[in-house]
Write a protein that binds this ligand. Structure first.
Ligand SMILES: [Zn+2]
Length: 392
């Protein structure tokens, strides 16, 4: 199947770029970008929506929205994760839901490396294979690195990882078991991000840094397309999303925007952005209209522990366009929610993912979400990724 990708477009100035060439940020808006600030001049993948809309009517298929020809995907399959509905005690009484409308759960921890990141990695690896590039580098708190190590092994590519030495031990093992080259960075995710960019400048490789490579955003939309299909071709009222860098939030938003551009849906779902209390730069930005780094991000939810979110600007735009909201949750609330979700639904999720349930509980208590709405929790990573964080 040929890709329907037409070009990349800068989300700030609208300049267009050829997707057959390797591009990261807009060469004008991104010129002043320095590591340690939200990305500037991020590129958006623009498709031939008329063609997609026509073919979707013949046969709905998420691959119509793939930015890379699927024949270049690595052999190990990604996505098509379970979506199911279940009741969670306490939530039903608060939302007074009809019994026929329990909470929807999209369990993306069942991807090959155990996290949502595989969706972005699949496209980046395919892009490298299509362009004849044999080495990929990334910075990661853990999950993106595990994902790149895993799918890079599947495609027999050289993989180089820069990860904070504080990443959970299980994730560091997962990186090494796939034979990736691991560089432990003293410092934060932001320091690792900078190290990976410096490596990219001096090596003939592709950079998978989240948000920096445009397909890390577009790859993450596939879960949104699956949710729409698995929900009986209905747009949920709310999708609850754990947010660190803002790339999953933006990816889900992009899924529904693309469906709308192709004339398949009319309305967008509302997005609830859930952040850890100390890693709340996007929430503060949304509340005040002014961007400021998170001062001291310390949380057990390592996958959403970010001082400077890469996609802060696009995330706030997505929240405004979807009439979304933001909420902070504490580590205590996350740990309580982790046990509740595992005990009542069978889903063992890592702390960052289960922040969604903690956030939903608070949003219901605040009456931000109405009693009879269709709610989907996005569970992005498996609990076995970080068993040390469980409070038993
Ligand atoms: Zn630009």
């Amino acid at each position: 199947m040929k890709s329907n990708l037409s070009y990349y477009r800068c989300i700030e100035c609208g300049k267009e770029f050829d997707p057959n060439e390797l591009h990261y940020l807009c060469d004008e808006c991104g010129r002043d970008y320095l590591p340690g600030m939200p990305l500037k001049g991020v590129l958006e993948a623009i498709f031939n929506y008329a063609e997609i809309g026509r073919r979707w009517k013949e046969r709905p298929d998420p691959l119509l929205f793939s930015a890379v020809n699927p024949e270049f995907y690595p052999p190990l399959p990604v996505g098509n994760t379970p979506f199911f509905r279940t009741e969670i005690m306490g939530l039903e009484s608060e939302r007074m839901a009809s019994p026929s409308y329990p909470i929807g759960i999209k369990f993306d921890g069942l991807n090959p490396s155990g996290s949502y990141k595989d969706r972005a990695t699949q496209l980046v690896v395919a892009d490298a294979l299509q362009k004849g590039i044999t080495e990929i580098v990334t910075a990661s708190t853990g999950n993106a690195a595990c994902s790149l190590a895993c799918l890079g092994a599947s495609a027999r590519l050289k993989i180089v990882i820069f990860a904070p030495e504080s990443a959970p031990p299980a994730k560091l093992i997962q990186i090494q078991v796939h034979n990736a080259e691991l560089h432990k960075v003293q410092g934060s995710y932001d320091d690792a991000f900078k190290a990976a960019l410096e490596y990219t400048k001096t090596h003939n490789c592709m950079c998978r840094n989240t948000g920096y490579h445009p397909l890390t955003i577009d790859g993450k939309k596939s879960a949104g397309l699956e949710i729409y299909i698995q929900n009986g071709f209905k747009v949920p009222d709310w999708i609850i999303i754990p947010v660190g860098d803002g790339v999953i939030l933006t990816g889900i938003y992009k899924a529904f925007v693309d469906l709308q551009r192709a004339g398949i849906i009319q309305k967008l779902p509302q997005l609830l952005c859930v952040q850890a209390e100390s890693s709340d730069a996007i929430t503060s930005y949304w509340e005040t209209g002014r961007y400021k780094d998170a001062e001291n991000p310390i949380t057990i939810a390592d996958s959403i522990k970010v001082k400077t979110p890469a996609l802060a600007h696009w995330s706030v735009k997505a929240l405004k366009e979807t009439r979304g909201k933001c909420i902070r949750v504490s580590d205590f609330e996350i740990q309580e929610a982790q046990l509740k979700l595992a005990a009542e639904t069978g889903v063992f999720a890592e702390p960052s993912s289960v922040a969604t349930l903690a956030g939903l509980q608070k949003a219901l208590a605040k009456k931000w979400i109405n009693s009879n709405e269709d709610i989907v929790l996005l569970i992005t990573g498996h609990g076995l990724k970080d068993p040390g964080a469980v409070k038993i």
